[in-house]
Structures are given as C-alpha cells and as structure tokens.
Design a binder for this molecule. Structure first.
Ligand code: SF4
Length: 462
C-alpha cells in the first residue's frame, strides 16, 4: 500500500546512484519521499562495505528502526547495497526486523520484493552477478522517472570491476565489469542535456576500460570514443569521469581529452603507493615509473591539466623504504590534491588476510602526516599559481559556512568561493584572488550562462 519512503545512502557515488534508482522505482509505484522516519512506510538502507565500521553503522541504524517497527509493524525495512551483497543472510540473522535484503545486482527488483514481503513475509534475494540477459536487467540510468533533474548528473557507464586490487572489496560485491551499451549512454545524456543538465560525470569502477567487453562486430566503442561522443552532445558544457585506472590510461583517451573541449582539464589518477614492491603486492598492474610516464604524457597533451590521486598509507608490509618511495613519487607527480587513506583491512579482501604484515598504527600516523605535508605543498603551489587568472566556474550553491558567499567549481575541479549570490547551476567567470591548499577565493567577473535545470529527487546521504 503506497505511502511514504525514506532512503538512507551510505558510501560512494555508485550507491547514491543506486539510491536514485530505488527512489525512482518507489515513486513509480506511488510512494512519496519523506525525510521523517516516523512518517515512512518503507525505509531503505543502501549500504556500503568500503568504509570502516560500515556494519556497525548499519546495525546501529537497524537498532533504531527496530523500535520504530515495534510501534508500527506495517513499516517495511529493506537493506540493499554492498554490505547486503557481502553478508547476505547474516543481515536478517542479526536484524530479524528487516523485511527485504537485496544486493547490488538486483536493485531493479526492490519494489517487487517489498510487495512479496508484504504478503509472504521477509525475503533475501542476492544475485552473484548482474543478469544482463535477463529481461528485468537495467543499467543504472541517470534519468529518474520523475522529471526533476540537476544541473549536474552522474551517468553510470560500467558496473563491476575485473581487477583484483588486494585492498578492495568492490570486485566481490559488484561483480565482473560490464559496460553499458554506447547508444543507451548517449540517449540518457541527450535527455539530461535537453532538460538543462550541463555537466555530466561518467561513472565506473574502472572507467577507462569501458567498452572492452562490448560486442565488436561493428566497432568497439572504447572510452576515448565515448568521451568524444558525449562532448559533442548539444547542451553538454562539461564532461568529467571517475575513476580511471593508471594501467588502462591509453594514448587515445589522452588524445580524446585533449581534443574535446567539453572534457574538463582534470584527471584523477589513483597512484595508491609509490613503491613498486607495494604496488605489486596490491596487484595494481603498473610500476611507479610507468605511472609517472603516463602522467607526463597526459600533461604534455592536455593543456592546464589538474591531477589528483588516491593514496593508501600503511598497506601491509609497507617498509620505511617503501614509504620513502611514495613520498618521492608524490613529490615528483606534483598533485593538485590527494585523497589520502590510512590502510584498514576490509573483511573479504586479500589484504585483510595479511595480518602478520600489518603496520603499527603509530608508524602509519607518522607517515600519514609526512605525506600530508608533501601533498599540501604541491597543492598550495598549484593554487597560488592560479591567482590573477580569470576562470569559468559552475556554481554549486551558497557556501556552507556563509550564505552570502557562492561556491563554484572550475574545470580543474577546484572549489572557488566568491562574494555575492549567483544561482546554482549558472556558469560564471571568477578572478582568482587568493589560494589555500584545498580551495581558491575570488571575485565575480560576470555570469556567463544562467541555469535552466529542475531539482533532483532528494536522497539522504549519511
Ligand atoms: S580497480 Fe582496484 S580499487 Fe578500483 S574498483 Fe577495481 S579492484 Fe577496486
């Protein structure tokens, strides 16, 4: 009996995307969104097992919902996402109040499973792999059934991952790599652009290997071709993508980035570690030398390229020498910013079994701090070099700290704050006046394009 739904999303962009899909299905079934758990008839917890303590957070939420369900037994609780995929029956064993447990490959069946549970009782349905040939199978679409859209959209072009990075649970919970058909992606983006979306981010676990599993009878639409095709769509002013894998960053992708004006001059290229020994233990498939050569090729071809990365400190077995090498490579790479993570074992991964090689916490903390200093040094230098320039930026909204200040994002993916109010989704030119390690400050020159999008389905991220 449709009423209100509430979705809580844990984790990454892929999960937020799945939550948008769940919201679309529930709305198509007649449910309306609420952010009040007391009003909700269906609560979906879309889980993630990548972050630390993911299970504690899930069971904490489920404990709270148990009390609500005791008062309102007709309220349905569903647990979806990576943690559900990994833990399966365990979720309902630990939390019998859950009505539906579904995994990452059958998100499209959420409503059907809720209906089933309402009449026949709790159900767990986990598929081991996406069933591309199944008539119910759908790639995550960026298009909600409701006509509300944002100025900026994430478009899934690929699900799963064929790599086996030793620290990562994604292959186990998201399955093998499957590329979405080329024409479907372009159709989605054309519809988004027609409704006012001007920035699209192509999303995949290993985005630049897109297309290698697709039928090649006519042509194999590899990632470079996709970048060019998306960049040519009327109304698309900005194309971003995340995350590429360094081992798969081919010359044709670099060339497509360089020659497609809509593709932003930002490359997120996860290094993870600078020691070849550690990279090998991680199964990353490249050496530091090869990584730096790829980076140099990208910088040579793409003008004014900003480069960001991911780094893990304290992977099992990381010695002082290994870490020194990471510092050297990071200094040489001169990043614009880096997401630096302290290694923490994720159950189900190879790295979690290497307990005899875990690095002591105080050693990791000391290394983390040294790495932060090196990253911030290059970030600040890069940002200072932009002072005095006029950059076009896409407005993200009022600053969280001061509503009289507007926050926007440059093509290089840098946040720039400036005084005054400009509508969200507008493009404006901004003169950069000041730099900090994590953002720029500037002054508004002029608004170059007004927004004409509509609002998106709200999904609560936690
Ligand atoms: S490339 Fe490695 S880190 Fe990225 S999703 Fe695949 S296994 Fe995980």
């Amino acid at each position: 009996m449709p009423g209100h739904y509430l979705i809580r999303t844990f984790g990454c962009q892929m999960n937020e995307h799945d939550s948008q899909r769940l919201a679309s299905q529930l709305e198509a079934d007649g449910y309306e969104w609420t952010d009040d758990v007391e009003q909700a008839d269906v609560v979906v917890l879309n889980t993630c097992c990548i972050r630390e303590n993911a299970d504690n957070r899930l069971y904490g939420h489920l404990g709270h919902l148990k009390a609500v369900k005791a008062r309102r037994p007709e309220m349905q609780i569903a647990v979806a996402g990576c943690l559900a995929q990994k833990d399966r029956e365990l979720v309902r064993e630990r939390a019998p109040q859950v009505d539906v447990v579904l995994g990452t490959h059958n998100v499209g069946r959420a409503v059907e499973l809720l209906h089933h549970a309402a009449s026949a009782g709790p159900i767990t349905e986990i598929w081991d792999q996406a069933r591309v040939d199944d008539e119910d199978f759908e790639f995550p679409s960026a298009l909600p059934v409701r006509s509300d859209l944002s100025h900026s959209a994430w478009v899934t072009i690929q699900i799963g991952c064929d790599n086996r990075c030793a620290f990562c649970i994604v292959p186990a919970v998201r399955g093998r790599e499957i590329s979405r058909p080329f024409a479907d992606i372009l159709e989605d983006i054309k519809s988004l652009a027609a409704a006012g979306t001007t920035e699209v981010t192509l999303l995949g676990q290993n985005v630049n290997s897109y297309g290698r599993d697709l039928d090649s009878r006519q042509f194999r639409p590899l990632f470079a071709r996709l970048l060019r095709a998306v960049g040519a769509i009327d109304g698309v002013r900005r194309v971003r993508f995340t995350s590429p894998h360094p081992k798969d960053l081919r010359a044709d992708t670099i060339e497509a980035m360089a020659s497609t004006p809509a593709v932003c001059n930002h490359l997120h290229l996860p290094l993870q570690a600078g020691s070849d020994r550690t990279l090998k233990a991680m199964h990353r498939g490249y050496t530091a030398e090869r990584y730096l050569a790829t980076l140099a090729a990208a910088r040579a071809a793409i003008g004014d390229l900003a480069v960001t990365t991911d780094l893990i400190v304290g992977f099992p077995g990381e010695t002082d020498d290994d870490f020194e090498r990471t510092l050297e490579v990071v200094a040489e790479a001169e990043y614009d910013s880096a997401y630096t993570f302290v290694f923490s074992p994720r159950p189900g991964t190879e790295a979690a079994t290497m307990a005899d090689q875990f690095v002591p916490a105080d050693t990791i903390a000391e290394r983390f701090e040294r790495l932060r200093v090196v990253v911030e040094r290059s970030a600040l230098a890069k940002h200072r070099a932009r002072v005095g320039r006029v950059e076009e930026a896409l407005v993200e909204g009022p600053s969280k700290k001061d509503p009289a200040v507007t926050t926007a994002r440059t093509s290089q993916n840098k946040l720039v704050h400036f005084a005054g109010r400009v509508p969200t989704g507008a493009y404006a030119t901004v003169r950069v006046t000041d730099a900090a390690p994590h953002h720029l400050r500037g002054e508004l020159v002029e608004v170059t394009a007004a927004p004409h999008h509509r609002t998106r389905i709200p999904v609560v991220a936690v």
